[in-house]
Design a protein around this ligand. Structure first.
Ligand SMILES: C[S@@+](CC[C@H](N)C(=O)[O-])C[C@H]1O[C@@H](n2cnc3c(N)ncnc32)[C@H](O)[C@@H]1O
Length: 201
């Protein structure tokens, strides 16, 4: 990943959310993007030019746009109409983003549109985040990576964030994923953790 003057950037043209630019690079804001936070905190995920990514919870395309600056193609799933309108604007300038308006909990709806991918990235703030991730793991190539951005408060506000994280890791492993790394995203995102998993080879 590229850093300039100590900040994370992506090599794309055209601002998307009022971000700063340095030359031809867009500054990738860790307070706006959990993916940037994970990378700045030392999380080990690849984003390279030959990669295909399935992105669940695309919202208005803030993080999707940066990911698309690095990879070959991003299948971007979002079910809410308003952010999807903004995402479509982002897609006009970035032809390697395929927008899919659907429920990430129903991968059977978009299976016909999505190829095998190297990375599933999920940021959906739903009670059943682990279940949604496992359903979408069917798109992963053998040995591919799944990153679940866990919003613990969306799962259960009464349990401690650590208990929610531990339980989520258990569910993912019982579902056949191997959890490689877990990282809290403070100070950028409170009570959020990134869970990085690998599919079986
Ligand atoms: C926290 S926001 C995502 C922010 C975005 N990942 C970014 O960094 O730019 C969560 C998004 O997930 C979407 N979402 C939640 N549940 C979903 C589901 N089941 N299927 C598709 N999108 C979903 C919401 O509409 C919202 O736009």
């Amino acid at each position: 990943m590229i850093r300039i003057q100590g900040v994370l950037v992506s090599p794309g043209e055209g601002g998307v959310y009022g971000e700063r630019t340095i030359g031809d690079y867009r500054v990738w804001d860790p307070y706006r993007s959990k993916c940037a936070a994970l990378l700045l905190l030392g999380g080990e995920i690849d984003l390279t030019s030959s990669m295909r990514v399935l992105y669940l919870g695309a919202a208005n395309g803030t993080t999707v746009s940066h990911v698309a600056d690095y990879v070959e193609v991003v299948y971007a799933v979002e079910f809410a109409p308003r952010p999807m309108q903004d995402l479509l604007e982002v897609c006009r300038r970035r032809k390697n983003i395929i927008p899919i308006m659907d429920d990430a909990g129903r991968p059977d709806h978009y299976a016909c549109m999505v190829e095998e991918v190297d990375l599933v990235y999920q940021d959906v703030a739903q009670p059943d985040q682990a279940g949604i991730a496992l359903k979408n793991a069917i798109f992963l190539r053998p040995g591919g990576t799944l990153v679940l951005m866990l919003k613990t408060r969306s799962v259960d506000i009464r349990q401690s964030p650590q208990d929610v994280l531990d339980r989520t890791v258990e569910v993912l492993e019982a579902g056949g994923l191997s959890v490689r790394e877990v990282r809290w995203l403070e100070p950028y995102h409170r009570d959020h953790a990134a869970i990085i998993c690998e599919a079986l080879k």
